[in-house]
Ligand binder design. Sequence first.
Ligand code: SF4
Ligand code: SF4
Length: 75
Amino acid sequence: MPGTAPLPKGRIEIDFERCKACELCIPACPKNCIEMGTGTNRQGFAAAVFARPGDCTGCAVCAECCPDVCIQVWR
Ligand code: SF4
Ligand code: SF4
C-alpha cells in the first residue's frame, strides 16, 4: 500500500545465555541491527541484543559470523 512503511523482512533471535559477548556480530550486520546489551547472562557476559528489528533484512550474516552459534534467523 503506498505510504505504508515496509514490513521488516527478517527477524533474529540471540540466545542470551550462550552469547559470549565477542562483539563480532555488531560490525557484521550491514543494517546495524545488533548492539551489546546491558544484562549479564549466567556466564557473566553482557550478551548482544537485537536492537533495531525494523531494519533486519534476514541476510543471516550475523548468524554466519557468530562463533558460538547463538543467532537464529527467520525470513
Ligand atoms: S539477519 Fe542480517 S540484517 Fe538481520 S540482524 Fe543479522 S546481519 Fe543484521
Ligand atoms: S557473535 Fe555471537 S557470541 Fe559474539 S556477541 Fe554476537 S551473538 Fe554473542
